[in-house]
Structures are given as structure tokens and as C-alpha cells.
Design a protein around this ligand. Structure first.
Ligand code: FE2
Ligand code: FE2
Length: 218
């Protein structure tokens, strides 16, 4: 369990470092409002850590990590738009790699939560507060970025863009809601979730294409 927790922390630290690099690039590329949004998220987490207590924080992490493998499976198996040639390849690679690792460490927060607290109802409460917090933030930030794209003329047909966004949200909700409901079962064990088909291929691709570059750059 301790070694799983160390791997979990190392993977999440790497996710943060790589997403921070992407965010630096995005902030400088016409999305200045990201600074405020990132600061809000950081302030939320600082407040949770300082005022809510360890049980609440582990409950949040468990709820958040319950969504992790579900969203991983969605991105890797049910989001064909990510494979289009028009999608920026390093960005899509970053998300695929991140989510493949989310699948990989899917059991850690759940097992830790049960080891420390083992409360079925508190686990449900963790999902109820972490899911709207994270998904709401994600959707609001997506809408903000689309708005910047529209203002800068990067989106020519606004209504088509809105329709595409609404369709994506509908598809995402139809995918995740039944899986989140299944995860509420008292005997839910994330270790039993089937692997997304491309999971290992994505990790191999990240290692081959980006791991080497990291070594060269270092
Ligand atoms: Fe992560
Ligand atoms: Fe994670």
C-alpha cells in the first residue's frame, strides 16, 4: 500500500508538471483568464487542506479518482475527435498519457480510503462533492477558452461550435453517469475495471516519443 501511494504521488506530480508546461503555453497564447482560474483551483485546494481535515481530503481524492478511470476509458475509447488530424498532437498525447496513468493507479485512493476510514456513506459523500467541483471547473474553463477562440476569430461558425460542445457534453454525460452509478455499489473495486484497449499502447507511445525527448532535454 505504501509503495502504491508513493507511485500515485509520483505520477500525479508528473501530471501536474507536464500540464503546468502546457498551461504556461496556453496562458501566453491568448487565454489570460487561465491565471485566475488556476489560482481559484489552487485556493480551493489550499482551503480544503487547511480547513476540512484529512478525512474530507481523502474522501475528495477518492471521489475524484473514481472519476479518473471512467474519464480515461471515455477519452481512450469513446472520443474519436481526439484522433482527428486537426487535433494538436502533443496536447492529445499529454491527455492520453495522463489518463492511461489514471487508469493504472485507479485503486490507490480507494484502497487507502477504505484502509483509513472504511465508511461507505462517506465515500458516496466524497463523490458527491468532488465530481461537481472538478467537472464544473472543467466545463466552465472549456467554455471560457471557446469564448476566447470566438473573440479572436478562431471559430467562424459560433452556433456550430455551441452545438458541437453541447453534443460532446451530452455524450460525456451519457458515458460517465451510468458508470458513476455502478461505482456507488458497496462492493465496488476499481481494480476490477476492464482496461481501456489502447491503454498500454498509449503508455508505450508516450515513453517512445516523449520520454526520450525529456532525457535529451535534461
Ligand atoms: Fe493525474
Ligand atoms: Fe489520479
Amino acid at each position: 500500500m505504501i509503495s502504491d501511494c508513493k507511485t500515485f504521488v509520483a505520477q500525479e506530480g508528473q501530471h501536474w508538471r507536464n500540464h503546468d508546461k502546457l498551461n504556461q503555453f496556453l496562458r501566453a497564447s491568448g487565454y489570460p483568464g487561465l491565471i485566475e482560474r488556476e489560482a481559484k483551483m489552487k485556493a480551493d485546494y489550499d482551503r480544503y487542506w487547511k480547513t476540512k481535515g484529512l478525512k474530507w481530503c481523502v474522501g475528495y481524492a477518492e471521489g475524484f479518482e473514481t472519476l479518473g478511470p471512467i474519464i480515461a476509458c471515455y477519452f481512450l475509447e469513446a472520443a474519436p475527435e481526439l484522433d482527428k488530424a486537426t487535433v494538436n498532437d502533443p496536447t492529445a498525447d499529454l491527455w492520453r498519457w495522463h489518463l492511461a496513468e489514471e487508469y493504472e493507479h485507479r485503486h490507490v485512493a480507494n484502497y487507502l480510503f477504505h484502509k483509513l476510514y472504511g465508511s461507505y456513506w462517506y465515500r458516496l459523500w466524497g463523490i458527491c462533492y468532488s465530481a461537481p467541483h472538478m467537472l464544473g471547473y472543467m466545463i466552465r474553463t472549456g467554455l471560457y477558452m471557446i469564448e476566447e477562440d470566438r473573440k479572436a476569430g478562431r471559430i467562424s461558425d459560433v452556433w456550430r461550435s455551441r452545438l458541437r460542445f453541447a453534443r460532446m457534453i451530452g455524450r460525456l454525460a451519457a458515458y460517465i453517469v451510468p458508470r458513476v452509478i455502478a461505482s456507488l455499489h458497496p462492493r465496488y473495486d476499481p481494480a476490477n475495471l476492464p482496461a481501456p484497449e489502447r491503454s498500454m499502447a498509449v503508455l508505450r507511445h508516450a515513453e517512445q516519443h516523449w520520454g526520450k525527448k525529456k532525457v535529451v532535454a535534461a
